[in-house]
Ligand binder design. Structure first.
Ligand SMILES: [Zn+2]
Ligand SMILES: [Zn+2]
Length: 281
């Protein structure tokens, strides 16, 4: 029997919609064996999505208390989804050490301008924010914006070696094939360079299901073709739902497993104090 897991979850401590305890209870109800609590890390500017610096201690204490309280029911791990932002927040491995996290996810949501100090927020529910940011930070030059995004992702992977690389092609979500096509050679080259860097770093790559169940995207992050490519390269893959509500804790987990089986993969990676491969057949 496959032991279910999800190491990417949010709660009211950041932009999630349910309490940390309700998220944990939902994971228990759904028979999950391993669950990671991974609030958005604090960042150096005002943001509604991030955990506030002054609440970090409380966050860690609360997570520890739940780990203890439910230790007979589920294996809980304490983490954060760390934001890597060029020249503003780069030392995310050290941050995760300082917070004594079990593992950390490295993600890019905020792209710093090349020639200015402005920030392009590429995530969230609002497509206009993406379009406006592209205009303000990169004067509407999508190629420069996307290249800068990947440069940030690649530097993060190379210099910080996150345990898990979060949704590394999220830049495609709000684009929705409008400004560029995922089949454009330059885009495919950037995806390939990112995979090469992940391979070299030894980081785990997540298959993130959120885009599909939120109906913001018709594929996983990264997309199915890239998952295939990652497996050919023997990059370790885990599955996360990036849940922000209690009914999202295992959404499309089984679909991701099914896809892996379909393309002939026999293993998926999970964490029980260290990262290991688990048979899926
Ligand atoms: Zn994220
Ligand atoms: Zn997330």
């Amino acid at each position: 029997m496959l032991k279910k897991f999800n190491y990417h979850s949010h709660s009211l401590y950041c932009d999630g919609k349910d309490t940390m305890e309700d998220m944990v209870l939902s994971a228990i109800e759904r028979g999950m064996h391993y669950f990671g609590i991974s609030s958005h890390s604090p960042i150096c500017f005002e943001s509604k999505v991030a955990l506030k610096k002054e609440r970090v201690e409380e966050y860690l204490l609360q997570a520890k208390a739940l780990k203890q309280k439910y230790r007979d029911k589920i294996n809980l791990f304490i983490s954060m989804e760390m934001d890597y932002i060029t020249s503003m927040q780069e030392n995310i491995r050290q941050m995760s050490k300082d917070y004594d996290l079990d593992y950390f996810i490295g993600s890019v949501h905020f792209v710093k301008g090349k020639t200015n100090d402005k920030i392009w927020f590429i995530d969230g529910s609002n497509r206009e924010v993406y379009d406006r940011g592209l205009e303000e930070v990169f004067a509407g030059d999508i190629r420069q914006g996307v290249e800068t995004y990947f440069e940030q992702v690649i530097n993060m992977v190379k210099n910080q070696r996150p345990d898990v690389v979060g949704h590394f092609d999220k830049i495609k979500m709000h684009n929705n094939e409008r400004f560029f096509s995922q089949k454009d050679k330059w885009f495919e080259d950037l995806m390939m360079q990112t995979l090469d860097t992940i391979k070299e770093s030894g980081s785990i790559c997540e298959i993130n299901t959120r885009g599909i169940y939120k109906k913001r995207c018709d594929d996983f992050y990264p997309g199915r073709d890239w998952i295939k490519k990652a497996l050919e390269m023997k990059i370790p893959l885990t599955i996360s739902t990036d849940c922000h509500k209690k009914d999202e804790v295992d959404l499309l987990f089984d679909d991701a497993i099914e896809y892996l089986k379909q393309i002939g993969e026999r293993y998926v990676w999970y964490f029980d104090g260290e990262w290991k491969a688990q048979k899926i057949i």
